[in-house]
Design a protein around this ligand. Structure first.
Ligand SMILES: [Zn+2]
Length: 139
């Protein structure tokens, strides 16, 4: 899939069929994450087998959108040129209340105010007509 022609091209998923429900939900401003039907645990990133018990029996379930900053760094030179206009920005790992950790961005917050363990809540950034990115802001 190409984003050619839009003001901000973004990298696209490596396995679009596997992650399609996640991206479709994000466009609706809903956060879905995989939950295993065998061991009942949530996990993220999406993958074909549960990382806890290796079951392939999992479904997409709504997440609360609440979590805490597990780790972060401030990016001044993005690895992908698509994000050059955004620098400096906060690249973070957020631990969701459901357990899994998600690589994301922290927004609506001065960069110097971001702290480890800060409570955050999901935000949806409609970066192109096709793609919405999942980010987090102070709760
Ligand atoms: Zn499992």
């Amino acid at each position: 899939m190409s984003d050619a022609g839009y003001p901000k091209p973004v990298p696209v998923p490596a396995d679009p069929e596997l992650t399609k429900p996640f991206w479709e939900a994000a466009k609706r401003h809903e956060l879905l994450i995989p939950r295993c039907g065998a061991c009942d645990r949530f996990f993220f990133y999406p993958r074909h087998t549960c990382p806890h018990c290796l079951s392939r029996d999992w479904t997409w379930e709504p997440a609360s959108g609440q979590g805490r900053v597990y780790s972060f760094t401030l990016v001044r030179r993005p690895a992908d040129p698509s994000f050059m206009d955004d620098v400096p920005y906060a690249y973070a790992v957020v631990e969701l209340d459901e357990g899994p950790r998600m690589v994301t961005g922290i927004v609506d917050c001065p960069l110097e105010a971001i702290e480890i363990d800060m409570p955050v809540q999901v935000r949806f950034d409609d970066v192109t007509p096709e793609w919405t990115l999942v980010k987090f802001a102070p709760a």
